[in-house]
Design a protein. Sequence first.
Length: 148
Amino acid sequence: MAEETKNEAVEAAAEKEEKKEVPEKFAKLVAELDKMSVLDLSEFVTTLEDHYGVSAAAPVAVAGVAAPAGDAAEAAEEKSQYNIFLQSAGEKKIDVIKAVREITGLGLAESKAVVDGAPTMVKENAPKEEAEEAKTKLEAAGAGVELQ
């Protein structure tokens, strides 16, 4: 009985939030979306992302020092060279050492020293594609990585 009351209260609160104004041109679309399950909506979002080549993920702010106003134009240009910065080794330290070794070409002892020295620079002035690939490998191994 108490559970039914709780469900009714949740539904009533949801109805109050749903009363937001929907522009006429989107009314049919919103009505169709209301009929879909959460799983269907998730699949729908993924399909839209793939179709339009976009991401529905919220932008994430990167911790760091803000660029001075004079450098705003330079920051707007896309970088072609990146520094691969290892923030933390994570839980799977051995996998991270293997990834660092693969990325840098260093020996086992040198790669271990790099990982043990985190936070540290793994590779400097790497081309964009190489830097993104290295970041993916390091993150898959469990490391915290930042491209600078």
